[in-house]
Design a protein around this ligand. Sequence first.
Ligand SMILES: NC(=O)c1ccc[n+]([C@@H]2O[C@H](COP(=O)([O-])OP(=O)(O)OC[C@H]3O[C@@H](n4cnc5c(N)ncnc54)[C@H](OP(=O)(O)O)[C@@H]3O)[C@@H](O)[C@H]2O)c1
Length: 360
Amino acid sequence: MTSTHKAWRLHAHNDLRFDDVETPRPASDGVVVRIEAGMVLSYTGKVLSGSVPYSLPPMPFVPGTNAIARVVAAGENVTHVRNGDRVFLSPHLRGDVPDRDPPQILIGLTAMATTPEALALQTRWRDGVFAEIAHWPAACVTPLANLDDKPATELIGLAKLIVPFGGLQRSGLRGGHTIIINGATGYFGSGAVMLAVAMGAGRVVAVGRKQAALEQLRDAFGPRVVPAAVTGDAASDLPIIRRAAGGAADVALDLLGAAKSTSTTLSTLRALRRGGRMVLMGSAEAPLELSFREMLANDWEVVGQFMYDRTAPGQLAALAAEGLLDLRKINVATFKLADFRRAVDAAAMMQSLDLTAVVP
Ligand SMILES: NC(=O)c1ccc[n+]([C@@H]2O[C@H](COP(=O)([O-])OP(=O)(O)OC[C@H]3O[C@@H](n4cnc5c(N)ncnc54)[C@H](OP(=O)(O)O)[C@@H]3O)[C@@H](O)[C@H]2O)c1
């Protein structure tokens, strides 16, 4: 292993530098990896400029949340991966304490609360993936079994899919179910459509405002995907979604992004059968106005979901390893690590099944 490596570090908002940094040795509960491909989120530019209200790690730090990597050195207490293993890096680190609400951070991005415990966790694991080498907590390193023959620029698709996978697992989706994905044209929503098909949904109702983008999803993933183009007018949207669902749907996943209205979320809920469950993973600037009467009369469940279980990345990777999930359907644009600034600009323009990655 070399003694230094290249890393993009944020020294202050809008002050990003391509530094030579000392290559760490792994902590007893850490893993040092060589990055093969790192995913660039659409709003990375806003994170770097400070225009989104995130609780960033102490500066300077290396941004970047997810990657495909190879283990270079594992700490003395790490037993589930060894040198040379292909791995998936997840940013979602939870404090290892017997507490129902442990401190949580997203490495290379934000702390989920500004408690002393969360900030301490973030100070310790401050650096993300936009570098040649990363030091990652072993708890967030998942080995990728039987995927060694795939290029990292294909496997990085797992990083786009892991968020909606958490929501689909929470929804209780079963083989043959009808599921509604609201926000299906989005970065994560399109991934949810792709995954729901792979997980055996009988019908995937893709709800969105862009007819052509919804049809592209059907073309990519087959006739089990049924587009439902909506306008935000509740009176006309509900029959459109119900028709696309062939009646009432079993479950739903909502992945709206910064929506000004929750009208399509309510229409999605109203298209569920009695006892149906809707998982909220996205965001809206307007409140979701649930009616007590409708909720009780229909035995509906509405649940929020942040990220995914610790074991989810391995389960997701298994879908790809067993050939149930074709990651090549994701349109990956790659940039050299040195061209990171261009990658940030490209990521801001992504649509639907696009993904932007940097490769050292
Ligand atoms: N829960 C978690 O753990 C977790 C993790 C990561 C991200 N997220 C959240 O996931 C959300 C989606 O992220 P993303 O990157 O996929 O965003 P995105 O690419 O911008 O997609 C947003 C989607 O919402 C739709 N939309 C926005 N406003 C709408 C409205 N008023 N009515 C109907 N549809 C509307 C968009 O439709 P058009 O295409 O028609 O504009 C698009 O399909 C974000 O809020 C993000 O914060 C949650």
